[in-house]
Design a binder for this molecule. Structure first.
Ligand SMILES: [Zn+2]
Length: 425
């Protein structure tokens, strides 16, 4: 994979042609046919205009239609079913895949594993408990296609995981940024020496964390995706931090996905600006995915050419993806959990947190923050007070800070860290 091969292809032309084919195919799906206008006389040059005239879908409408069988293109066999992690609060939802999307879900992971230097005989530790979601299965299959040996660590507690990794020549692990921070804390220098590669799912994490891990000699790579979309963005060998310490880039394969990043008025944002990521899958067969609102807020970096790998693909920024619906309003302030996380990241002794919003008997809104500290770091008397002060100054909310006194349950992929009990929930 040399860089010139990426720049010699006119990816935008490839994308226009693929997009028109995909829109035509998707009209066989009753759910998509309702949203895509007839395409008679439309040429590839007009494919993006046709897309812009297509109605959005979102997780709720897509999964409801999936449940009724209306997303499916008739007569295409289904070969795989996954369940979402149920973060929407409606419980787990089932998603079916045909043979083409089932294979294409592996593509991004395979490219990324190669970019991360993994290959035949490498051992890759999977840290998530096995579940019905796509994540673990897809990563395992992608690894196996490359001859990388997947090792399931999900059933071990964090100390046993660290010990197992050190003893068994596992050099790469997959997990959430926050979980890998905990793992590194528990495993210490011996673990940092054993590991060379982290693969993390697209989420928000402080730049300090990325720089810290990089300084420990572990190269970190990020991907972005969901059960509905598959993995669509990946960081190349450049990693999640540049040589100059800045955030890296998630490349999106233009023959697999057409992405839009839109402002609240539905206009595409300029390079460097933030907006909601809208996803159209270009390699779907049984379950077309057209103009799917991800509910993720991302920074769009344009089609700029990567000076490390040479890809001139659509790109978004590493480490700054936020759930649009994760924002909570506390006493009239808009608060992103990631802003809380960024402040807490400054204290190495704080490993994880949970927020709770509630209303007291005088009908006053309360915001509690429960912190887990690393083993061996007994919180001193004024630690809570210092954290409280920093949060008040930088996030604008007065949190009542307490410490858990022991490990909290491991955060699942994309788990919400705030619970909102203010409305009787
Ligand atoms: Zn690159």
């Amino acid at each position: 994979m040399t860089s010139p091969s990426h720049t010699q292809v006119d990816w935008r032309a490839v994308q226009r042609t693929r997009l028109l084919e995909e829109l035509r195919w998707a009209r066989r799906s009753p759910f998509c046919a309702d949203r895509i206008a007839p395409l008679d006389g439309v040429t590839a040059d007009d494919a993006f205009a046709a897309l812009a005239a297509t109605g959005f879908s979102d997780k709720h409408s897509y999964m409801s239609a999936m449940d009724r069988g209306e997303v499916l293109v008739p007569n295409v066999p289904l070969v795989r079913e996954y369940w979402t992690s149920g973060t929407s609060g409606k419980g787990r939802e089932r998603i079916a895949l045909g043979p083409i999307e089932e294979r294409s879900f592996l593509f991004t992971h395979m490219v990324q594993m190669r970019e991360a230097g993994l290959g035949r005989g490498s051992r890759l530790g999977l840290t998530w408990p096995g579940g019905p979601q796509a994540g673990g299965v897809v990563l395992r299959e992608a690894a196996e296609m490359l001859g990388v040996i997947p090792v399931e660590l999900g059933s071990l507690d964090t100390e046993d995981k660290a010990d197992f990794i050190i003893r068994n020549g596992i050099t790469a692990v997959v997990g959430s940024a926050l979980y890998l921070r905990r793992l590194l804390d528990v495993g210490g220098e011996a673990l940092a020496d054993a590991l060379h590669v982290f693969l993390i799912a697209g989420e928000h994490y402080p730049l300090d964390w990325a720089q810290h891990v990089d300084a420990a000699g572990i190269r970190t790579f990020e991907w972005y995706g969901s059960t509905q979309t598959g993995a669509l963005g990946f960081s190349c060998r450049r990693g999640i931090v540049d040589a100059d310490g800045e955030r890296g880039i998630l490349h999106v394969a233009p023959h697999m996905f057409a992405i839009e990043v839109l402002d609240p008025d539905g206009e595409h944002v300029a390079d460097g600006e933030r907006g909601e990521l809208i996803i159209t899958g270009l390699a779907r067969f049984a379950t077309p995915l057209i103009r799917y609102r991800s509910a993720d807020d991302v920074r769009w970096l344009g089609w700029s050419e990567c000076d490390v790998c040479g890809r001139a693909w659509p790109s978004i920024e590493c480490g700054t993806i936020e759930r649009v619906d994760d924002m909570v309003r506390i006493r009239g302030m808009n608060v992103w959990p990631s802003a809380v996380g960024s402040v807490l990241a400054r204290w190495p002794e704080v490993l994880d947190y949970r927020g709770r919003l509630w209303v007291d008997e005088r009908a006053l809104e309360r915001a509690d923050l429960l912190l887990e500290t690393a083993a061996g770091h007994a919180p001193d008397a004024d630690l809570g007070e210092r954290i409280q002060r920093a949060l008040k100054e930088e996030v604008g909310v007065n949190f009542a800070v307490t410490f858990s006194g022991g490990p909290m349950p491991t955060a699942e992929f994309k788990q919400r860290r705030f619970t909102d009990e203010r409305f009787g929930g």
